[in-house]
Design a binder for this molecule. Structure first.
Ligand SMILES: *[C@@H]1O[C@H](CO)[C@@H](O)[C@H](O)[C@H]1NC(C)=O
Ligand SMILES: *[C@@H]1O[C@H](CO)[C@@H](O)[C@H](O)[C@H]1NC(C)=O
Ligand SMILES: *[C@@H]1O[C@H](CO)[C@@H](O)[C@H](O)[C@H]1NC(C)=O
Ligand SMILES: *[C@@H]1O[C@H](CO)[C@@H](O)[C@H](O)[C@H]1NC(C)=O
Ligand SMILES: *[C@@H]1O[C@H](CO)[C@@H](O)[C@H](O)[C@H]1NC(C)=O
Ligand SMILES: *[C@@H]1O[C@H](CO)[C@@H](O)[C@H](O)[C@H]1NC(C)=O
Ligand SMILES: *[C@@H]1O[C@H](CO)[C@@H](O)[C@H](O)[C@H]1NC(C)=O
Ligand SMILES: *[C@@H]1O[C@H](CO)[C@@H](O)[C@H](O)[C@H]1NC(C)=O
Ligand SMILES: *[C@@H]1O[C@H](CO)[C@@H](O)[C@H](O)[C@H]1NC(C)=O
Length: 710
């Protein structure tokens, strides 16, 4: 009988509980929100980026339409912490620093929303002086000489806010999808946007963001912790930024190395290279967003097209005036983070380990480099300059060649390239070479800065005005100068890339052959069209298909990620670059059948018709990992090499829910406690009066301990 009573009592408790907690269960309904998180990176001395708290940061949604809305949150927040939803035009340096100063008790999450109505005039998260501390140094001062950070209008990124290099005490989540933004706004309007005095008493629409970063302080601390723990278990707190640079030579190298001996590697001093380089990567504040359309894709497209054009114009190496001359094209990865790729290249050349021994060719050293032509940003092609540290006959001569073609009526490019001599050189890969030796013959092609969205989520196809022509015509063959205007407007992006590529390629042609280029063939703007479509809109594209093995799986219908990432990251863009160099810079071998075209350097590619063709290729990868991670006992604070690492994290997620008010929480808790006490007393009373209420006393009673509460 007592058993029955106990069962009744338990049911009674459950019933009461379900009444009091019922509402809360409904409130707890979560709705996930899709977006991209800002994450943490570390260098030798600092941490930058964002992290949530370990269990996730929660804030009440508040839509910020004008600056006054922020003032309201910061001066009299009725029920903090808040999660302001900020439209891009208010996502400024000043506003974010104010939010940061308010502290995580007031502002716990920041959401950057995408509202189509916003017309922004500028949005760059990079510093005014990109890679400020890793370029050429002023003599005896550990400060970069090439950019004056105290004079932003005269810097390499006048619109830079430097937010990418700030450390934030709250997560920042970017919501690109306008429908997701609408969901947030609706929730805010329905539950939060009225009667602010009673905020503390109401349930409010809140967002929870989980993006906890396991590394903190700086790379030194993180590497020490990682190595220490690694001896015991295998927890990683951070990974060095690491990827692969891609290089290829114009002519196959004929400089085999004797692998049978144990003697140190030696250089073949007869070999001479012209180094033509550019940057492969880009970056932004948010994970997986940011195409770097103008900041580096323009230069990269140009380098690829120059390579392809030279491949088709030049005679065999044997018939050059100097048959030991070659061109080495390199696309450096990780340049956005203190020149990782070029620092490593310089380090490897100094140590005679470039190219790797596995390539079975002799190493290349500085002695082999005749000069370097570095292609930087090409924001405005009517305003390109050739930068050098000092005036040299080489630079003057090359500039003359460039302008010969740029202004020639035969081609009608109608451009004028100016010379710019002095210590203010652009933040490009050449800085790594000049830092080692200011006498290094580096020529840098770079336009006057005009990109208002440098290193941001908005440097995309819209920023460069790209529209895919999709002509399905032959984009591989060179084109006649008269025909090239048939497919595009004179000012189209494709024409800009093709025109600059032609000028650079012709100047290099003249350098190599000693003869002026007098042909009518120019770079094909259709190749630029296909290239830009692949990198800006979809990796499932004609050009990538043509450079892959026939029938291999096509790319995803998204643009490839061009952030360097870490070991085990996607490495998509270097993979595609490798294949592109393999296709565009190789020589067809029509006499080699498919079954005999299996071992590198022979490579079987689909080709423009997808039918398959054998090609003699020259491309290869090289590691883009900063030398700082190779040198034992490297001084992380020295600033000699890039020290960037990326924190590890377990998840990125965001969701909205109704956060119960404090009053609600307290009421719920109080009712819970009261119910608990009542039920204990009830059981105690029933139990102690059981001999009166029921006749027999079961043995199980003994198991009931005496409650102490009543
Ligand atoms: C690390 O980054 C911060 C912020 O950009 C910078 O001030 C500092 O000089 C950098 N430290 C090193 C060692 O590169
Ligand atoms: C720089 O330092 C070196 C030695 O450390 C010294 O010989 C040289 O005069 C210094 N140059 C300047 C411009 O101070
Ligand atoms: C947003 O919602 C509208 C209407 O529900 C729908 O037509 C549209 O495709 C959605 N857009 C995206 C990007 O999901
Ligand atoms: C490589 O070196 C060994 C020993 O020095 C020599 O016997 C051999 O002929 C060399 N091979 C080539 C291809 O030069
Ligand atoms: C590119 O060159 C063509 C002539 O070949 C010229 O008509 C056109 O204006 C040029 N376009 C740009 C953007 O320089
Ligand atoms: C390009 O054109 C082909 C047909 O010629 C079409 O199937 C394809 O969808 C087009 N691609 C784009 C991105 O417009
Ligand atoms: C070329 O430019 C004109 C005006 O600048 C524009 O009306 C036209 O649509 C453009 N044509 C193409 C193919 O983009
Ligand atoms: C492949 O190479 C072998 C040996 O060089 C040759 O005998 C054979 O005929 C080649 N196959 C074809 C299809 O050309
Ligand atoms: C592709 O096919 C077209 C016609 O079908 C042909 O004219 C062209 O030469 C082919 N190109 C290659 C590279 O095989």
């Amino acid at each position: 009988m007592a058993q029955q009573m106990k069962t009744v009592a338990v049911w009674f408790i459950l019933l009461l509980q379900s009444i009091t907690y019922g509402e809360r269960t409904r409130d707890k309904m979560y709705q996930p929100i899709v977006g991209a998180a800002c994450f943490r990176r570390l260098n030798g001395t600092h941490q930058i980026g964002c992290s949530s708290t370990y269990s996730g940061s929660v804030g009440v949604l508040h839509l910020v339409n004008i600056e006054a809305d922020l003032d309201f949150l910061l001066t009299s927040p009725p029920s903090p912490p808040y999660a302001p939803m900020i439209p891009p035009h208010l996502f400024t340096h000043r506003n974010l620093l104010r939010l940061k100063e308010a502290g995580p008790d007031i502002i716990s999450v920041v959401l950057l929303i995408n509202r189509n109505s916003d017309k922004m005039t500028q949005f760059s998260h990079e510093l005014n002086c990109p890679n400020q501390y890793s370029g050429l140094l002023k003599p005896n001062i550990s400060e970069s000489a090439t950019c004056d950070a105290s004079n932003p209008p005269n810097s390499w990124n006048p619109w830079g806010t430097g937010l990418l290099h700030q450390d934030f005490p709250f997560p920042i989540y970017y919501i690109a999808d306008v429908n997701e933004t609408q969901t947030l706004v609706n929730c805010f309007e329905k539950f939060n946007n009225f009667d602010y005095e009673s905020h503390a008493l109401r349930s409010l629409c809140a967002v929870e963001v989980k993006s906890f970063m396991s590394a903190a302080v700086n790379t030194e601390v993180c590497m020490r912790r990682t190595n220490f723990i690694n001896n015991l278990g295998s927890t990683k707190y951070c990974d060095p930024l690491e990827g692969r640079s891609v290089y290829a030579t114009l002519y196959p190298r004929n400089s085999p190395e004797n692998l049978t001996t144990e003697v140190p590697r030696s250089v073949n001093t007869a070999e001479k290279f012209i180094l033509v380089t550019t940057r492969l990567d880009t970056t932004s504040m948010f994970d997986g967003v940011g195409l770097g359309a103008l900041d580096s894709l323009m230069g990269f497209a140009t380098l690829t097209q120059v390579a392809h054009l030279l491949r088709q114009l030049l005679p065999p190496q044997g018939s050059l005036p100097d048959p030991r001359r070659n061109v080495l094209f390199v696309a450096f990865n990780g340049e956005s983070f203190d020149y990782i790729g070029s620092q490593r290249f310089v380090y490897d050349m100094e140590n005679l380990v470039f190219p790797a021994r596995s390539t079975k060719s002799t190493p290349i050293s500085f002695e082999n480099i005749e000069f370097m032509l570095d292609i930087g940003t090409l924001d405005d092609i009517t305003n390109i300059k050739l930068h050098t540290l000092i005036t040299t006959p080489l630079a003057q001569d090359f500039l003359k060649k460039l302008n010969n073609y740029a202004s020639s009526p035969r081609y009608g490019f109608n451009l004028d390239i100016q010379s710019d001599v002095g210590i203010q050189i652009p933040p490009t890969s050449a800085q790594s070479f000049l830092r080692r030796d200011t006498q290094f013959p580096a020529l840098i092609l770079n336009a006057v800065p005009a990109n208002k969205y440098y290193h941001s989520i908005y440097d995309d196809a819209v920023n460069v005005g790209f529209s895919y022509a999709n002509t399905s015509r032959d984009y591989i063959s060179l084109i006649d100068v008269s025909e090239s205007k048939n497919y595009f407007n004179a000012t189209a992006l494709q024409m800009k890339v093709a025109n600059v590529s032609s000028i650079v390629a012709f100047a290099l042609y003249e350098t190599l052959t000693g003869l002026q280029y007098t042909g009518n063939k120019v770079a094909n703007p259709l190749l630029a069209d296909e290239f830009l479509y692949c990198f800006l809109q979809s990796a499932d594209c004609r050009l990538f298909k043509a450079s892959s093995y026939p029938g291999s799986p096509s790319g995803l219908p998204l643009p490839p990620m061009r952030y360097i990432s870490v070991l085990g990251g996607s490495q998509e863009s270097s993979g595609w670059t490798y294949r592109l160099f393999g296709y565009l810079l190789s020589q067809p071998q029509p006499s080699v059948a498919k079954e005999n075209c299996t071992n590198l350097p022979l490579h079987w590619v689909a080709g423009i018709n997808g039918t398959g063709e054998c090609r003699l290729t020259t491309q290869s990868y090289m590691d883009a990992l900063s030398p700082a991670f190779l040198i034992e006992n490297y001084d992380w604070r020295s600033g000699k090499y890039s020290t960037w690492t990326e924190s590890t994290w377990s998840q990125f997620s965001a969701r909205i829910f109704l956060r119960p008010s404090h009053v609600h929480k307290i009421t719920t808790l109080t009712i819970g406690i009261v119910v608990l006490v009542i039920s204990f007393c009830l059981i105690y009373i029933i139990n102690s009066r059981s001999d009166v209420l029921f006749d027999d006393v079961p043995a199980s009673n003994a198991a009931f301990s005496r409650p102490t509460a009543c």
